[in-house]
Design a protein around this ligand. Structure first.
Ligand code: SF4
Length: 754
């Protein structure tokens, strides 16, 4: 399945020399994370060391994975790079656009109709440019990647925040924005700050009701939703080795909930078993040959305080099952305390729904353990009190659990199976009555539980737990139910206790699937036509941005002076705008609509200097564009923080904004602006921000001498005829100035490939 064993052999072949070079440069033993990072430098064999949390480094990832919502703009951009094929193995997964409503078959058929043009587009681009395409129904990106592509010691980027799921097989797998994916697919390096390291030592062994999920729920409780920011978590110790590869995947997946760059584990026997079970003996054999490079040096694990920036230790023997929530994944409560805490906080204790599965928890092990609880309900005459749904992570898992009778058990218990897709995990759940916004409780084994995330109802209290615990709670129908100590009344009036879950790490009869839903790309894609209808509302082919004319900018008007926080969400909102992610002109109607105008103190209301009237930011900007008048956006500190969403840089560029001048930038957004051919400047003197007035006109008088480290001068003409001359700084290097000259980084790549 486009699985590239030759690529893996190449990675492993070069690893030893690179790891040795890094060890000698650092002059100390290495963690696994350092081995993987230093063996994936774009420069090849390491010649310098990097400072954790400080140095920006260029890496050369082995793979790219994209989900259907984010892939649209990424692929539209890639098509401009002038390449015949992607530079590294890449895949697209049709999983986010399928709504869960009735059940798997009907919902899938409905999605194929609603999203036909998007699916046809993705499928044809993949076919043309050599990307694997996993069709709707094939499964959720992270489960499919774990089953088919993840490999120990590899580096992958993916346009989805839960890409770190592949850490279950010992990868460094990082969620990124589409622009990064485009760079790597086009053969450019991926730039990121060298992360700091948290070592998580797992002692003992899980037992009874505790599951891998409880480890990450505990870690989330300890570190909170921000505690992992800028860090990679590396798990080690006897407890780590005792976990299945898919259990490790769950832990890696939910590292996103604490803001971690990614999480990873050393190669071990559980990973080897999983690779063999998923028909990748060749990968397992190759990994075994270089196994010392696929785990941390023993000294690093023996004395972790010396080698990690922070160390956490968890005793799995004593770990209790947890429920985290509501509304945040770091509010961790051990199951024995949930009843009491729920009462204190006034959380509704009647559980309306139990939902298991998703990319986070739908392995064979998860399902078989949850099914062992469901079977007890059926056998012991327990009537399930909550509604119950199962979302398999892939068609391979769905087919295998169906073959092995687990779906039958869930259905006997009154459960429903949704399509192998994101569905209720991402708000694509047409839950009946959700629009009434009643206060209610659901429990699920997904990863995120922010308000509105599952069903759009801000009053749905969602709690996250392991699939087996979710199943038990759904049977009891009560949030505080503790299956370790409590009983439930059955249909004969007897008090029944559920036995602890049992299951299989891997299917005893092997995995099976009839049609995995994979589309192999054409060997020669030159004849494949990519269809985008000119009148489409959701997709639009991109036109290359105009190159710079080499001249200074004169007579630019102020579009908006943004006050305070201006994140990528303020610049390019999400929510209902998501459906236009593949249509630059339509999505540009959300440009800066969340930013607060420093003069009016309102959002989406700016003065049109040509008419003197106030209008919506995109409308005013479109008016300037129609009249060929350049504009400037002024901003405060950390402008563009939040996400790496490339739309936040593409929209202003598309609508004709020429300069973004701020007190400071969030680095990723600054780079994105540079990549799209925008001028990203900062005030040399922050107080000059206060000089900018609503009717200002800007002349950039020395842009024609644009050079690295050379400040740029702007003449600001005020309405009363007075003038200020302000100095601005920039961080463009020679290469980035070449992007600016070419109109965008992609234009430059395309010119090289022409
Ligand atoms: Fe994201 Fe949920 Fe889909 Fe996983 S199942 S990829 S967390 S939306």
């Amino acid at each position: 399945m486009a699985f590239d064993i030759d690529m893996i052999k190449k990675v492993y072949a070069g690893m030893d020399e690179k790891v040795k070079a890094a060890r000698s440069l650092l002059n100390r033993p290495l963690t696994l994370t350092e081995k993987i990072l230093y063996s994936h430098l774009a420069e090849g064999i390491p010649t310098q060391t990097f400072e954790r949390g400080k140095s920006y480094v260029n890496f050369a990832p082995d793979r790219v994975a994209m989900q259907d919502a984010t892939a649209q703009m990424a692929l539209l951009q890639f098509m401009q790079a002038g390449k015949d094929k992607v530079a590294v193995p890449s895949t697209v997964h049709a999983d986010h656009l399928i709504q869960a409503q009735v059940g798997a078959d009907k919902d899938l058929e409905g999605a194929k109709v609603t999203n036909k043009e998007v699916y046809d587009f993705l499928s044809s681009v993949c076919n043309k440019y050599g990307l694997g395409f996993w069709k709707p129904g094939a499964g959720i990106i992270h489960q499919v990647v774990l089953e088919n592509y993840a490999f120990p010691g590899g580096m992958m980027i993916g346009t989805d925040s839960h890409t770190p799921n592949a850490g279950g097989l010992g990868m460094i797998a990082v969620g990124v924005g589409g622009a990064d994916a485009v760079d790597v697919m086009a053969g450019m390096p991926w730039e990121v700050k060298f992360p700091k390291l948290i070592g998580v030592k797992l002692n003992g062994k899980l037992n009874g009701w505790t599951a891998p999920k409880d480890i990450i729920l505990k870690v989330a409780g300890l570190l909170t939703v921000k505690g992992g920011t800028g860090y990679i978590l590396e798990y080690f110790g006897e407890g780590a080795k005792s976990l299945s590869a898919t259990g490790k995947g769950t832990i890696g997946n939910m590292g996103a909930e604490i803001g971690a760059t990614t999480s990873t584990f050393g190669f071990d026997e559980a990973m080897e078993r999983y690779l063999r079970a998923t028909k990748r003996d060749d990968v397992a054999d190759e990994a075994l040959k270089v196994k010392e490079n696929l785990t941390g040096d023993p000294e690093a694990y023996a004395d972790p305080e010396k080698y990690f920036d922070q160390v956490i230790e968890i005793d799995l023997d004593k770990l209790e099952p947890h429920l985290n929530g509501p509304f945040t994944p770091d509010l961790a409560t051990p199951i024995s305390k949930v009843r009491e805490v729920a009462k204190e906080n006034g959380w509704p204790t009647k559980v309306e729904f139990g939902l298991i599965g998703s990319c986070t928890n739908s392995s064979y092990e998860d399902i078989s353990r949850a099914a062992s609880i469901a079977k007890q309900a059926v056998d012991k005459g327990l009537k399930v009190k909550s509604e119950f749904t199962v979302t398999p992570g892939s068609e391979q898992v769905r087919y295998t659990i169906d073959r092995d009778g687990y779906i039958d058990i869930f259905e006997k218990m009154g459960g429903r199976v949704f399509a192998n897709a994101c569905g209720p995990c991402i708000g694509m759940w047409a839950r009946e009555g959700a629009d009434k916004q009643e206060k209610n409780t659901i429990v699920h084994s997904f990863n995120r539980n922010f308000a509105k995330r599952a069903d759009g109802n801000p009053n749905t209290h969602a709690f996250v737990g392991s699939p087996e615990l979710v199943t038990a709670i759904a049977i009891s129908g009560e949030l505080g139910f503790n299956p370790l100590t409590e009983t439930i009344k059955n249909d004969k009036g007897e008090e029944v206790k559920l036995d602890p879950p049992t299951g299989y790490e891997l299917p005893p009869n092997g995995f099976d699937v009839k049609d995995a839903g994979y589309q192999e790309p054409a060997r020669d894609g030159s004849g494949v036509e990519v269809v985008v209808k000119p009148d489409s509302k959701r997709l639009q082919l991109l036109t290359p941005f105009e190159p710079w004319d080499g001249k200074n900018i004169a007579g630019a008007r102020l579009l908006i002076k943004a006050a305070g926080k201006c994140t990528t969400d303020h610049i390019s909102m999400a929510g209902p705008w998501l459906r236009f992610r593949g249509h630059l002109d339509n999505i540009s109607d959300n440009m800066l609509i969340g930013a607060i105008n420093a003069f009016s103190k309102e959002s989406n209301k700016v003065k049109n200097q040509l008419t003197g009237e106030y209008g919506k930011v995109p409308d005013v900007q479109r008016d300037y564009k129609a009249k060929n008048i350049p504009t400037v956006v002024v901003g405060d500190h950390n402008y563009g923080e939040g996400s790496s969403r490339e739309h936040a840089a593409m929209e202003p560029r598309h609508l004709g904004v020429k300069v973004v001048l701020v007190k400071s930038f969030a680095r990723i957004h600054e780079t994105n602006l540079k990549k799209q051919g925008m001028l990203a400047l900062t005030f040399e003197n922050e107080d000059d921000y206060d000089k900018i007035q609503e009717d200002d006109t800007f002349n950039i008088i020395d842009l024609d001498q644009f050079a690295p480290d050379k400040p740029i001068t702007i003449e600001v003409e005020h309405a009363d005829g007075s003038k200020d001359t302000i100095k601005t700084l920039h961080t463009y290097n020679q290469q980035q100035i070449a992007w600016y000259k070419a109109g965008s980084a992609l234009n430059l790549i395309a010119a090289k490939n022409a």
